[in-house]
Each structure stands twice: as C-alpha cells, then as structure tokens.
Design a protein around this ligand. Structure first.
Ligand code: PLP
Length: 441
C-alpha cells in the first residue's frame, strides 16, 4: 500500500525539471509530469486528467473496417474522395434526421479526420468570408485546442463566459459582440467540455436568430453528441431530439465526432454537417483563399484537399456502419456511454463528502448534469495549488485556467477511473481532505 502524501520535494523537482506552472499546465505536459512522478514514487495514479474514451469500442466498427479491407482489395491503393465516401455521406444525413430531426443532403455531410480537423476547416472558412469578420467568438470555458487553431489560422479570438451569462444575459452579451460586425463564427460545445453545461432550446433559438441577423456562422461542436443523460436522445425519429441551433438558423456547421460517442477516437473520424443553404452560398472574400466563392466547395476543395486530402476509407465505413445501426435502432450507443454519468454521480458524492465543492454546479435553474466531466474547487486554493495537493495523493486532473475561465479549480474526467477503483478514490480523497485541513484549507 502506498503511503500518502507522496514526497513533495520529489514533486517540486519534477515541476522544476519540466519547467511547468501548475496553474497553466496543458494536458500533454501534465501527462509527462504525472508519468515521471508516478514512476519515481512507485504509485498507480487515478488519472482524471485525460478527456479520452474509457470504454472499449463496440466490435461493430473494427469488424466493418476489417470486412471492407479484406473484401475490396483495391481499397488501400485508392485515394478517398475529398468530400467523403457516398455511403458515409448518406448515413450521416439519415443519422441527423433521426437524432436531430433536421433535413440535410448527403452532399452537405463531409467526413474529417476527427472533430479537430472539422473545427479547423470550419473556422478557416467561416472566419474568412469577409475581410473584417475574422474573429472567432467562443462560449467559454472551452476546449483549449480550438483556440490554438484560431491562432494558427491567424484569426482573432474572443469569448463570452457561459457561466456568468445564461438565458437572456447570454443573448444580450452575444448581441453586443455580434453587432460589432467583427465576428465570423461562434463556436461552442454542448454538453460543454470542461463544465458539462448544456445549452437550452430557448437559448439556441435566440442564438440562431442572432446568427442570422448578423450573418455569423454557428459552429456547434458536438463532441458529446446526445450525452446530456438527463434526457433520452437515443430513440431514432422520436422526440426528444438533441437541441441544435440548426432548427433556428441556416448559418450552421454541426461537427459530430465518433471519438466519445462510439469510443472511436483512435480512428480519427468525424463528420461536419453544413447547412444546405450555407453550403451553396457565395462569398467574394473566399476566392482569395480557396479559389472559389462557394462555401461548401471552399470547405472541401479549399479545406480538406490541402490539409489531409480526404479521410482514410475504412474508418469512414466503420462510422457508416455505426450511424446506420444507430439510426435503425439496432444499436444504442447511449446505453454504453451512460456509464460515464453514473461514475460522475458517484465521484461527485465522494469529493463532496470530503470538503470539495463543485466549481460549476448550476445549469440555469438545475444542478449540472452528470457526464464525462465535472469540475471541483477547494476554498482559497488556485487550480494549480489544488493540483499539486492532488498529485501528492496520487490523483491528477487539469487546472481550469487554460480553458478560458477566471474560476479556480480542477476538471475531473471520469472516463479512465472505473467504479471498481472508487474505494481507493474515497481513501485518497479522505486523506487529501485531512492533509488540507492541517494546512488551513
Ligand atoms: C469539445 C471537444 N471538441 C473536440 C474534441 C476532439 O474530438 P476529435 O477526437 O473528434 O478530434 C474534444 C475532445 O476531447 C472535445 O472535448
């Protein structure tokens, strides 16, 4: 059995060696630090830092990849179409009809190498439609990598704090920002990484109206599609449907990632669904960057072609099979990922029992839902201070500062810590609480 706390001098040495600030540390640096510290202190850590799928992929996907590769001998030597294989384009349109109740054509559905790739191209096109609307506005806190993309593209970044501004306040604040006519796109995820806040239908309706009024593109990053477990969004063709801005504006791109919903992160596949009207629209300024004025054409020939020239075909078949089975009601992915909600509910209880509070605890009038992530805080401590203390007790999570919030705390991702380890979690959190109390926290 490990004795806690671990050696704080050793931890300081590693923090110095890695030249990191625990308040600002990003996920990759943190992984290296935790790996080093865990190895030298011979401790198995409870890894709450990674936002990666923690349940295995269903066999359906890999088996479909194997099947198509073994049956079609020419597949590996054939370049994929830039805009995706017809099967996936069709399956995506059927899927969004079944689960979002929106009508799009197969041509409007474009596979990308993960949602990251879709977000990158969506920003590049949406942010360059007009000379001066080169700002990407975020609903924060959010996924820091999207902002790295904004910087990489030479676009500007702005944000609205989603916790301080909900409902009417959010809409007012948004109108203030959009009326400057400098914003090209609004980007959000709902459920939100890192807080698990979920936008409500009323909010999406008003957001949609403003996107139309000010000609701004909504980039709806559905990395956690259908995963607001308070509702059952898993019955094809039947309400409730996952709320989407697509019901309220023609200025949208919805990015659906296979990574978390189907635990298919390693095969790097997602689909960007572009509003049929927007797809056909022409913008003079796009010509300069993409040799075409047409939005959809710019996405495929100006975006996909020069970046990856398409998506590997066997993962496209896997995602087709998963979409097809889900839309027919033969496969219910939500039954599997619901595990994350159960884990979160139990883990939150343990932290609460030992003096930790939820950093984000309200979703409008309701308590925040249980999902892939939750956030914790300890009175009087910055995220970095809390992380340092957690590391001494064999636990890691990511500090909130890099996600674009001024609130101090830690994001806990429950995906890699199964419930069998919750006895050990309780033991460590209890000892951490006792330790913090001795330091006056
Ligand atoms: C909000 C958000 N968007 C996008 C991604 C990345 O998705 P993908 O693996 O499809 O690139 C993540 C992954 O954590 C995420 O949290």
């Amino acid at each position: 059995m490990t004795n806690f706390p671990l050696d704080s001098k050793l931890l300081e040495q590693f923090i110095r060696k890695h030249e990191v600030d625990l308040n600002e540390i990003g996920i990759r640096q943190l992984k290296r630090l935790v790996d080093d510290f865990a190895e030298h202190s011979k401790t198995n850590f409870l890894h709450f830092e990674f936002g990666v799928p923690g349940i295995p992929a269903d066999r359906l996907g890999p088996e479909e990849e194997i099947r198509v590769l073994s049956e079609d001998k020419k597949l590996p030597s054939t370049y994929p179409p830039f805009d995706g294989i017809p099967r996936l384009k069709k399956a995506s349109a059927v899927f969004v009809k079944a689960f979002l109740n929106i009508d799009v054509l197969p041509e409007n559905c474009i596979p990308t190498v993960g949602a990251m790739h879709g977000g990158f191209i969506a920003q590049a096109i949406a942010g360059r439609r007009y000379e001066h609307t080169n700002k990407i506005l975020y609903l924060d806190p959010g996924f820091p990598v999207n902002k790295l993309q904004t910087k990489f593209l030479g676009l500007k970044c702005d944000s609205i704090d989603l916790y301080n501004h909900r409902g009417n306040q959010l809409i007012q604040k948004l109108e203030n920002k959009l009326s400057t006519r400098k914003v090209g796109a609004l980007l959000w995820s709902s459920p939100n990484n890192p807080t698990w806040l979920c936008l409500k239908e009323d909010e999406l309706r008003e957001i949609g109206k403003l996107l139309t009024k000010y000609d701004v593109i909504g980039i709806e990053d559905s990395a956690y599609f259908g995963m607001d477990f308070r509702f059952d969004y898993g019955v094809p063709g039947k309400p409730p449907f996952q709320p989407t801005v697509a019901n309220y504006t023609d200025n949208y791109i919805i990015i659906i990632s296979s990574s978390k919903m189907f635990s298919y992160a390693g095969q790097r596949i997602a689909v960007s669904v572009i509003s049929p009207k927007l797809f056909k629209k022409r913008f003079d300024n796009l010509k300069k960057y993409y040799d075409t004025k047409r939005f959809g054409h710019a996405f495929v020939h100006g975006g996909i072609y020069p970046t990856t020239a398409g998506v590997p075909q066997s993962p496209q078949h896997a995602l087709s099979a998963l979409f097809e089975a889900t839309a027919k009601g033969d496969y219910n992915y939500l039954k599997r990922v619901r595990t994350y909600g159960n884990r979160a509910r139990k883990a939150k209880k343990i932290f609460a029992e030992y003096g930790f509070e939820l950093l984000y605890y309200k979703d409008l009038e309701e308590p925040i839902a249980d999902g892939f992530y939750f956030t914790i805080k300890r009175k009087g401590m910055t995220g970095g201070e809390l992380l340092r203390a957690m590391l001494l007790f064999g636990m890691s999570g990511i500090p909130m500062r890099p996600t674009g919030t001024k609130r101090e705390g830690i994001r806990i991702c429950v995906s890699l810590v199964p419930e069998e380890q919750y006895g050990e979690l309780k033991n460590r959190v209890k000892q951490l609480d006792e330790y913090l109390k001795t330091t006056g926290k």
